[in-house]
Design a protein around this ligand. Structure first.
Ligand code: SF4
Ligand code: SF4
Ligand code: SF4
Length: 238
């Protein structure tokens, strides 16, 4: 089951801006917290062609589940009603901390099943690592939506059922701005930048060997990395 599957269900029937708690069992089924200690090298280190890429690191130790990123993204992206480019997974755990939050969005996969599935080559991965959709070519067949194992895509019924998803706010980054969700995140849980000129903070995060990707078994080589919760730190704080 994909990490977004629950939300697709809730998108139909519920107000997504209202925080919700999911059972541990269902959350683990998502695979996001089931990383099980998999160690990986940051993409910019292991990239074969060393191409500069836009990447995001999500520090789960900093996310407080405030949903500011979700609201900022909605305002920036203007996604169709009841559809969102980013969401916060909420998990209830018997351990400390009792409630855990996890932002999810398109992973901008290098081996993107959505790109392979599109019969019109309407969706593609740019050289900078961002997976985009050319709406002039998209016919709304929804093949990419079905192909994404994260459920990160949806069809925009207002605009001819064309496929939509997070695009790392390409309009903003082309102007030298950070994505809207990054700007809105007061605790600094979202760290964004380009591997050709990473900030000191991003560089530091990208050097962390604990970094993980969602569902690494799929080998999709995404550009969104997660720093897992340090439970011993959390216990000390608690
Ligand atoms: S704005 Fe930051 S802290 Fe708030 S939910 Fe989003 S990622 Fe978490
Ligand atoms: S997360 Fe889904 S929509 Fe995004 S690039 Fe990967 S397969 Fe495509
Ligand atoms: S990068 Fe932009 S489109 Fe993607 S989740 Fe953040 S605000 Fe939304």
């Amino acid at each position: 089951m994909s990490i977004f599957s629950f939300f697709h269900h809730f998108k139909v029937d519920h107000d997504l801006l209202k925080p919700r708690v999911f059972s541990k069992r269902r959350f683990l089924q998502s695979g996001l917290l089931a990383f099980a200690g998999i160690v990986m090298q940051p993409k910019w280190v292991r990239s074969e062609n060393n191409q500069a890429q836009w990447v995001m690191v999500v520090d789960l130790n900093r996310c407080i589940g405030c949903q500011s990123c979700v609201i900022a993204c909605k305002a920036q992206s203007g996604t169709v009603e009841r559809q969102f480019n980013t969401l916060i997974l909420i998990s209830e755990e018997p351990e400390v901390p009792a409630i855990q939050f996890c932002p999810v969005l398109c992973n901008q996969c290098e081996n993107a099943p959505c790109v392979d599935a599109c019969p019109r080559e309407a969706t593609f991965r740019r050289d900078d690592g961002i997976v985009v959709t050319d709406w002039a070519k998209c016919d709304g067949s929804g093949d990419c939506v079905e192909a994404c194992p994260y459920g990160a895509r949806f069809l925009d019924s207002i605009h001819g059922n064309r496929s939509d998803k997070c695009d790392f706010c390409i309009d903003r980054i082309s102007k030298g701005l950070v994505p809207a969700c990054v700007e809105a995140c007061a605790p600094g849980a979202l760290i964004f930048g380009n591997t050709s000129m990473p900030s000191e903070e991003l560089r530091s995060y990208l050097s962390r060997r604990e970094l993980e990707v969602s569902r690494p078994e799929l080998n999709l080589q995404g550009s969104v990395f997660y720093l897992p919760l340090n439970k011993s730190d959390q216990k000390e704080r608690g």
